[in-house]
Design a protein. Structure first.
Length: 237
């Protein structure tokens, strides 16, 4: 969450014209985005392992799922207002709406989750090769908004955030598999207290408990602060 906030702060500086950076092509930023999303979805999968171990029922899962779906809709509306030509129609929250259902339904696969995750990670590469070569006639359909949420595309769509089901479901599956393994073989790693050297990080646990609210609100707050700072310094964007 902290890393994501710093990343978005830098993005906002560039978006408002205070700093010139290429967030679409520069590996310094594209690799960071991949790492942040990977950590986010891996932890989401690990969290599903914990909730299943605690015998969380479908009713409680459904309440949380509806919250995520509602927040995904708000992200789409807000991004359409800011970026009408590249608004977010299938970002990380939209992806989680689909992936959490799939992860919940496949939690009983056990060790096969590792293999399934690997296949999910490789499928987009295979699709890119096929849709750019022998199956190029299908590219127009899979690249369209109606199907590109699957992640089987020959080119990425023009949108501010794109987290398709594939390959990212693979990351969540690996998080789920890792969580199940830890709970079975090393439960103290998840349930024990932080080591003394990491105790100063304990307040971040509160941030984790409110991760959805924080995710939804941090960008409006950051943009508001930067707008206010720009006006105060006479450098309004």
């Amino acid at each position: 969450m902290v890393w994501m906030t710093l990343f978005h702060f830098c993005f906002d500086l560039s978006y408002l014209g205070y700093w010139s950076q290429d967030f679409l092509a520069d590996p310094v930023w594209t690799l960071q985005r991949t790492a942040i999303v990977s950590l986010f979805l891996f932890c989401a999968g690990l969290g599903q392992a914990v909730t299943l171990q605690q015998v969380q029922g479908w009713a409680r899962f459904a309440r949380r799922w509806v919250q995520i779906a509602g927040c995904a809709l708000l992200v789409s509306v807000g991004s359409w207002w800011m970026f009408p030509h590249s608004f977010i129609y299938f970002g990380v929250l939209h992806g989680m709406v689909v992936m959490l259902l799939l992860a919940r339904a496949t939690a009983g696969w056990g060790r096969w989750l590792w293999l399934a995750g690997g296949v999910a990670l490789l499928l987009p590469w295979a699709a890119h090769w096929a849709l750019s070569g022998p199956w190029v006639q299908w590219a127009i359909d899979f690249n369209a908004n109606s199907l590109n949420w699957l992640g089987l595309v020959s080119r990425k769509p023009f949108t501010e955030d794109y987290v398709p089901v594939l390959p990212w479901l693979g990351v969540m599956w690996w998080g789920l598999a890792a969580g199940q393994w830890l709970l079975l073989h090393r439960p103290c790693w998840l349930q024990g207290a932080l080591p003394p050297a990491l105790q100063p990080l304990q307040p971040l646990a509160t941030l984790g408990r409110w991760s959805l609210s924080y995710y939804l609100l941090h960008q409006p707050v950051l943009l508001g602060v930067l707008f206010a700072g720009g006006w105060a310094l006479g450098r309004a964007p």
